[in-house]
Design a protein around this ligand. Structure first.
Ligand code: GDP
Length: 191
């Protein structure tokens, strides 16, 4: 269980990264349930603000977890509402973060269990794989699919992703697999 979670800062320039601790990046398209996932994992109602929060800046948001590692929350992709220049600048920063951050130990890619992997999701997954990243896939909102159809949906999602190594179906309603996902994160943190 995560005991402590604290918002540290939002950065738009990689030189402003906080102190050297292991980082886990959380990625996913807007509305995938990423803020809810972070809030559920950390037992906090409003630690991560939803993508719909007005004026939420396009930045990497750092949350210090149990004083030992960071969750790095990237804005949801699907940047339609943002201006082109903002989008380009952020995408470049995110790519640089992925390529150069020495403290990034894993990337948690969130995918909507009901919607399945979108073109953006698959592109992002391929990009991360090509960079050799350690990827943990979390398929959110499993509760939105009828119980009798869940197994088939999970198989379909995995197939479309080319059978990823680390995959968890998840729901912030039932909290299924939350302990296993946290254990995956912790196993990447070498203290
Ligand atoms: P974000 O844009 O990725 O940060 O997504 P949010 O966390 O704001 O969630 C988007 C919407 O999906 C909200 O209305 C949430 O209440 C809902 N949601 C998030 N997780 C779940 C889940 O596991 N199950 C269900 N049924 N709804 C969820």
């Amino acid at each position: 269980m995560i005991k402590q979670a604290e918002y540290i800062k939002s950065i738009v320039d990689l030189k402003d990264e906080p102190e050297q601790l292991p980082q886990i990046l959380l990625l996913g398209r807007s509305n995938v349930g990423k803020s809810t996932f972070i809030n559920t994992l950390t037992n906090r109602k409003n630690l991560a603000r939803t993508s719909n929060t007005p004026g939420k800046t396009i930045a990497l948001n750092f949350y210090l977890i149990d004083e030992s590692f960071y969750f790095v929350d990237a804005p949801g992709y699907g940047y339609a509402k943002r201006s082109k220049s903002q989008k380009d600048e952020f995408v470049i920063m995110l790519e640089n973060f992925l390529i150069y951050s020495k403290n990034l130990v894993a990337v948690c890619l969130l995918i909507d269990f009901k919607v399945g992997p979108t073109v953006d999701d698959i592109e992002t997954y391929e990009f991360l794989k090509n960079l050799g990243k350690d990827i943990i896939i979390v398929a959110t909102k499993k509760d939105k699919i009828q119980k009798t159809k869940q197994q088939k949906q999970e198989q379909d999602i995995k197939k479309r992703l080319g059978n990823p190594g680390t995959f968890y179906a998840y729901s912030s309603v039932t909290k299924q697999n939350i302990d296993q996902i946290e254990a995956e994160f912790r196993s990447r943190i070498k203290l």
